[in-house]
Design a protein around this ligand. Structure first.
Ligand code: HBI
Ligand code: FE
Length: 276
């Protein structure tokens, strides 16, 4: 979301603090919500060993939150020791500037509400399952945690340069829908994939989508669709590659990219190096 407004979003933004955070209100979750949470975790846990990257699998194994919707403050005690990150409870999608500001300070916004049972297979806005199951485990990986903070710092600068759309594409094709090469083959590390029952096997196993080697400028030119499986995935070698890509000052990149047209989501360019 790149808009500054929070209208027509599902969350309750009325009681939030100036930094858009709220209390998690863990006691307010119903038994039915904890049951839906258990079903969502069971579905993904069956897929993770075969399709998720090693770092996600190892981190998930140290966190035991399949029995009920987790208490953010309990996980924060462990997370602070691991990488200095904290999760903060939010009503839902935040304006980009606010979102980047949290990431830049090693705070990951996690939505407090859970989807409805009829949204078991697909939800448009991130809910607590997408944010927590999809994003939190990799916050325990030092290299990925460094990248995400660097991304947040870059986002604050992109906001000042009017380059948010290009940086949102980088977030989309890495943090949300990124793939990584492993000795056992290509695996998923993107949260949007890891929290999806259908897209997790699809992104690794299907012959349909393009799988292109990570290329920062190519990614920042590439459009994405929010309501279908991805037509193109970008594949990194390891998380250091992400961190190193975000180290330089992006200003010259934005200037160079201003001369190119965006690339449609399903296109393969002659300069693309295919992966897998
Ligand atoms: N807000 N809570 C929340 N979670 C997100 O993942 C998120 C957001 N706001 C903006 C956003 N993502 C994307 O536009 C990023 O590219 C910034
Ligand atoms: Fe997300």
């Amino acid at each position: 979301m790149t808009g500054e407004t929070t209208h027509n979003l599902r969350g309750d933004y009325s009681g939030m603090r100036p930094d858009y955070t709220v209390e998690q209100a863990w006691a307010a979750y119903s038994p039915a919500e904890h049951e839906l949470w258990r079903r969502l975790c069971a579905r993904q846990a069956a897929l993770v060993p075969q399709f998720a990257c090693r770092e996600f699998i190892d981190s998930l194994a140290t966190l035991d939150f399949s029995a009920a919707i987790p208490r953010f403050d309990e996980v924060n005690a462990k997370l602070a020791r691991a990488t200095g990150w904290q999760i903060v409870a939010v009503p839902g999608l935040l304006p980009d500037r606010v979102f980047f500001g949290h990431l830049a300070s090693r705070r990951f916004p996690v939505t407090v509400w859970l989807r409805k049972p009829e949204e078991f297979d697909y939800i448009v806005e991130p809910d607590v399952f997408h944010d927590f199951f999809g994003h939190v485990p990799l916050l325990f990986d030092p290299a990925f945690a460094d990248y995400l903070q660097a991304y947040g710092q870059g986002g604050l600068k992109a906001d000042r340069l009017g380059a948010i759309e290009m940086l949102s594409r980088l977030y989309w094709y890495t943090v949300e829908f990124g793939l990584i090469e492993t000795l056992a083959g290509i695996r998923a590390y993107g949260a949007g994939i890891l929290s999806s029952g259908g897209e997790l096997p699809y992104c690794v196993g299907s012959g349909e989508p393009n799988r292109i080697r990570f290329d920062l400028l190519r990614i920042m030119r590439t459009r994405y669709k929010i309501d279908t499986f991805q037509e193109t995935y970008f594949v990194i070698r390891d998380f250091r590659e992400l961190f190193e890509a975000t180290e330089p000052d992006f200003t010259p990149y934005y200037e160079a990219l201003a001369r190119f047209d965006p690339v449609p989501a399903g296109t393969v360019l002659p300069t693309d190096r295919l992966a897998g």
